[in-house]
Design a protein around this ligand. Sequence first.
Ligand SMILES: *Cc1c(COP(=O)(O)O)cnc(C)c1O
Length: 465
Amino acid sequence: MPETRKRPTRRSWAEPWKVKVVEPVRWTSREQRERALDDAGFNTFLMRSEDVYIDLLTDSGTSAMSDYQWAGMMLGDESYAGSRNFYHLEAAIQKYYGYRYIVPTHQGRGAEHILSRMLIKPGDFVPGNMYFTTTRLHQELAGGTFVDVVIDEAHDPRAWLPFKGNVDLNKLEALIEKVGADKIPYVSLAATVNMAGGQPVSMQNVRELRALCDRYGIRIMLDATRAVENAYFIQQRDEDYRGVPVAAILQELCSYTDGCTMSGKKDSLVNIGGWLALNDPALFDEARNMVVVYEGLHTYGGMSGRDMEAMARGIEESVQDDHIRARVGQVEYLGMNLLEWSIPIVEPIGGHAIYLDAARFYPHIPQDQFPAQTLAAELYLDSGVRSMERGVVSAGRDPATGDHRYPKLELVRLTIPRRVYTQAHMDVVAESVDAVFEEGKKTRGLRMVYEPKYLRFFQARFERL
Ligand SMILES: *Cc1c(COP(=O)(O)O)cnc(C)c1O
């Protein structure tokens, strides 16, 4: 053997599972994709999934369940009241998240609705570390005004900070001083921050937030949708937590908050489900009262017994270190490929998605011609990869002025479902993004031809300019 034998410079890791069931996906021709995109009004939310090759629209409810979860589906207790699966779910949440009282809901926004209706009075202000679409809408429908108190760097796609989702405590304190603590029912704390690119908050920041809120008697309500991913980043990026199990970090994070809303469709590895958790028995009483009006009895809240069992088991799997490392690791794999080819993405790479910086793909397309919506369309045309706009369309209109809200970030999200795609799929995606980036200057923007009143990004329609 020659002495110069070339050896790999890396030792790879692989997912802690193997595939047992497969679902075919279909490759389409460019003509088919042109037609599908036209039919969908250039909105990826309006496409049929059958026309999609690799579906990175969302990581919401798109996870692959394990054999252990599927086995649990057969153990569904579909009694109207007191299903045994509810008690399993309640126990899993108490064990891994540490909250006392649990109200199941059909998904995250069901929990947000109940929480907002319970705590927000007209004229109140709800500070949070960047808005989330459904979260803010429920706060507004309850009469509140959302106030962004995330650190400035979160709005800068190029600022490299390990905890770019942190709350700016000075902004928060300034708001408290301005409007008074009695106008602030709670701080809406997201971990990780979806709209900033899946950026985490630090444990230190949450601890300091707790201290500040204690001084003013203000509650902290966590959006725990991706808190396991946040806990993983704390383990990776904070010296003090090196080697601490993600499950322990998650518990500590939650312990600084008074309750949470949860979309089980993300971290918890299920296709549907959510919950509200509270530590205050009086609030729990009220929430249990409201859930029967809007969701279902307090022991199912819109879920079937088998759904609750799958989620109880999914929670247990979601906090295992090897699972969460592979989940975030796959996102990093895609992101590192793109960075190597100098594709503009939000940095640092977040927990659940790669965010393409559409403003730098299309510097010639003004924001009112929807650069991110355009980029999502072009990516689909190139390869059948479905992504999602997170820019001016998602930001909606200002309820006071009726104008577009122009967010600083004009992004396209490539969201990675959990345990669904392989490294080869990620390679196809990366190469397609590169091809679309290369075409940049030739691309024209869009005009909105139909605009729904609420959460317009879901159903708006566009035409090419
Ligand atoms: C998905 C999501 C929600 C809403 O949850 P649904 O289950 O889709 O209703 C709330 N907050 C964040 C951060 C989310 O990602």
